[in-house]
Write a protein that binds this ligand. Structure first.
Ligand code: ADP
Ligand code: MG
Length: 238
C-alpha cells in the first residue's frame, strides 16, 4: 500500500497547458475516482502518476517519496488500460507471466503469482486460450491479471470498462470493488461515468478543463457540491 500525493502538478503540451496545478492527496488503501468530461485531463494525470508522461511542474510522491525522476517500472504501480493491449499470439498464461519473465523473476515465484491472479479473477479455466478466444469481459480480466501479478502498491485504471456492454460493466464494477477489498491496495480509477464514480469511490476528484473542481466522498459531493458544474455532473439538485 502507498499514499499518492500530487502537489501543484502542471502539465503542458508545448505551450498548451492541460493541467493547471493539481493538488490531490490519496491515502493508503483508498479507492479514488477521477471523474470529468472527455478532455479534462484525467488520462494525463494518471499517465503522470504512472511516469508515462513527464510533469511540467510540481511534485508527485508515492509512498512518501518523490517520483518525479523515477522510471515507471520502479514506481510500484501497475496500470490497466481501456484497450486491453493483450499479446494476441500468446496464451492467457503467457500474457500474465510475460512481464515477470522479461524482468528475470524466478519461475517458481512467477508461477505462484500467475496462479494467484487467475484464482482471484476466476480465469483458471482459460489459461491456455488466446485473446481472440475470449469474451470482452474475460479479456478485461486478463488485463487486470497482468497488473495483479506485478503486486503493485498502487493500481491505476484508465476507463477500463468503457468497451464492455452495460450488463458486463456492472458485473466488472462489482469485481473491481471486491479486488480492492481483497488486495487492500490503493486504487486510482479514471472514468467519465458518474454512476461508476459514485458506486466505486471512497472519494471522487471532479475535474473540469484541467482544474480540480472538488474532492470528496460521493455523498458529500451529492449533498454539498462546490458549484453548479459539480452538481450537474454528479446529478445532485443544487
Ligand atoms: P481525458 O482523459 O480526460 O479525456 P486527456 O488527459 O486525454 O483527457 O487530455 C487532456 C487534454 O490534453 C486534451 O485537451 C487533449 O487533447 C490534450 N492532450 C492529451 N495528450 C496530448 C498530447 N500528447 N499532445 C497534445 N495534447 C494532448
Ligand atoms: Mg482519457
Amino acid at each position: 500500500m502507498a499514499a499518492v500525493t500530487l502537489t501543484n502538478v502542471v502539465k503542458r503540451f508545448g505551450t498548451f497547458e492541460v493541467v493547471h496545478g493539481a493538488n490531490i492527496d490519496i491515502a493508503d488503501g483508498e479507492f479514488v475516482v477521477f471523474v470529468g468530461p472527455s478532455g479534462c485531463g484525467k488520462s494525463t494525470l494518471l499517465r503522470m502518476i504512472a511516469g508515462l508522461e513527464d510533469i511540467s511542474g510540481g511534485e508527485i510522491a508515492i509512498g512518501g517519496k518523490t517520483v518525479n525522476d523515477v522510471e515507471p517500472a520502479d514506481r510500484g504501480i501497475a496500470m490497466v488500460f481501456q484497450s486491453y493491449a493483450l499479446y494476441p499470439h500468446m496464451t492467457v498464461e503467457q500474457n500474465l507471466s510475460f512481464g515477470l519473465r522479461m524482468n528475470g523473476n524466478p519461475k517458481v515465484d512467477t508461477d505462484r503469482r500467475v496462479k494467484r491472479a487467475a484464482e482471484i479473477l476466476c480465469i483458471d479455466e482459460l489459461m491456455q486460450r488466446r485473446p481472440k478466444q475470449l469474451s470482452g469481459g474475460q479479456r478485461q480480466r486478463v488485463a487486470i491479471g497482468r497488473a495483479i501479478v506485478r503486486e503493485p502498491q498502487v493500481f491505476l485504471f484508465d476507463e477500463p470498462l468503457s468497451n464492455l456492454d452495460a450488463e458486463l460493466r456492472v458485473q466488472m464494477r462489482v469485481e473491481i470493488s471486491r479486488l480492492h477489498k481483497e488486495l487492500g491496495v490503493t486504487m486510482i480509477y479514471v472514468t467519465h461515468d458518474q454512476t461508476e464514480a459514485m458506486t466505486l469511490a471512497d472519494r471522487i476528484v471532479v475535474l473540469k478543463g484541467g482544474n480540480v473542481e472538488q474532492i470528496g466522498a460521493p455523498l458529500d459531493l451529492y449533498d454539498d457540491p462546490a458549484n453548479r458544474f459539480v452538481a450537474g455532473f454528479i446529478g445532485s439538485p443544487k
